[in-house]
Ligand binder design. Structure first.
Ligand SMILES: C[S@@+](CC[C@H](N)C(=O)[O-])C[C@H]1O[C@@H](n2cnc3c(N)ncnc32)[C@H](O)[C@@H]1O
Length: 215
């Protein structure tokens, strides 16, 4: 059974929160080097970050970001993020317990959506893509840094074989490709970079259409 629920997410990330930063540090050092910095550097204006987690992105946002709203389902991850905000005196940030699949935000209210290593964990990635499309203004961008299926057949088969175990332990889907979900939600995908071993790291820019012709 490869489907997860919001309860599974909260349970897994509450359980693993204490070790999360250490594990992520290792993953980024050896596998996803530079993907986080790439994603954060594209944020500007009113920003929504889904699955803000322990807040690793928060100290990295530049002055182009006027205001940031971060959402997560795990209270333990949010507690670490709140501590990080206080310790680093980060302004312009609001953190909320909330679901990326149904955000309590007005339509067209965000310039940028950010998701770093979150898309793999969201129970219904199409619902989250549609929600990002709704909340973004026309011409706004959804920036994703993610891990997903390998481009190599053998590695992909191995990933598929161990995925049920990974889902049980950490509620993450390791063979998910975000691109079809974003396309189905209506996004225009302008950039997909693959890096890391077997191309398992994705860096994606997906734009909401601007029918006014401004973008
Ligand atoms: C692998 S962590 C990534 C955290 C952070 N974005 C980072 O780059 O370190 C995934 C996070 O997404 C959160 N998450 C998963 N599904 C979610 C959803 N539907 N709504 C909000 N947060 C969600 C989890 O609770 C977890 O904190």
């Amino acid at each position: 059974m490869n489907r997860t629920s919001n309860e599974d997410i909260a349970k897994a990330f509450n359980k693993n929160a204490r070790l999360y930063d250490r594990w992520m540090n290792f993953f980024e050092r050896f596998i996803a080097n530079g993907a986080r910095a790439w994603a954060v550097s594209r944020a500007q204006g009113a920003v929504v970050e889904i699955g803000v987690g322990s807040g690793l992105n928060l100290p990295l946002y530049g002055p182009e970001v006027k205001h940031l709203r971060g959402f997560d389902l795990s209270e333990k991850m949010l507690a670490i993020a709140r501590r990080r905000v206080t310790e680093n005196c980060i302004a312009r940030v609001e953190l909320h317990h909330g679901d990326a699949q149904t955000l309590d935000l007005p339509s067209g209210s965000a310039d940028t959506f950010i998701s770093t290593f979150t898309f793999c964990a969201i129970p219904d990635p199409l619902a989250a893509s549609r929600e990002a499309y709704r909340v973004l203004r026309p011409g706004g961008v959804f920036v994703l840094a993610e891990h997903g299926r390998s481009t190599r057949a053998l590695a992909r088969a191995l990933m598929r074989a161990i995925e049920p175990l990974i889902i049980r332990v950490s509620a993450e889907h390791i063979t998910r490709d975000p691109v079809p979900y974003l396309a189905s939600a209506g996004f225009s995908i302008t950039e997909v970079q693959r890096s890391g071993p077997g191309g398992i790291v994705f860096q994606i820019l997906a734009y909401k259409h601007d029918t006014s012709g401004n973008n």
